[in-house]
Design a protein around this ligand. Structure first.
Ligand SMILES: [Zn+2]
Length: 148
């Protein structure tokens, strides 16, 4: 009874690790409609099936045209899926979800710049900055803007 093969634990994806820097985080999935799970994301399903409840209703198959995920045959054979979302719907959901993520990242970035500027203003009050310091600060700002 004791001779199971022994496996080492597999690490979570990087963004699921504790202490992961949310600011530098960007989604790694290819399909924004299903986040590369093959199933349309709950928040997106709700846009089309208003009273959708995940545990009560069939998972919705993603048909986005850029989606690479293939679901297992069994799901089709057992009629487990809601297959009514055609590529046109999924592509629209994908596009909308991309916009939301872009906005979110943009907002994060803006807040980060704002807090940086705030810190600089505080420094100015204490004593005026030398030319070199001023240059460094401005270059840092410029770099942050360019890197985005
Ligand atoms: Zn997908």
């Amino acid at each position: 009874m004791n001779n199971y093969p022994q496996l080492s634990p597999l690490k979570l994806r990087e963004e699921a690790q504790p202490g992961y820097q949310a600011e530098s985080w960007q989604p790694t999935w290819n399909c924004f409609c299903c986040h590369d799970t093959g199933f349309v994301q709950y928040s997106l399903v709700k846009k089309i099936i208003k009273n959708y409840v995940p545990d009560r209703h069939k998972p919705v198959e993603c048909n986005a045209s850029s989606c690479n995920i293939r679901l297992g045959e069994t799901l089709y054979e057992t009629n487990t899926l809601d297959r009514r979302f055609d590529p046109e719907i999924c592509d629209r959901l994908d596009a909308e979800e991309r916009q939301i993520w872009k906005k979110w990242r943009h907002e994060k970035h803006r807040k980060r710049l704002e807090s940086l500027e705030l810190n600089c203003t505080k420094n100015l009050r204490a004593r005026s900055r030398t030319q070199e310091e001023q240059f460094e600060v401005e270059r840092r700002h410029q770099e942050m803007r360019n890197n985005y």
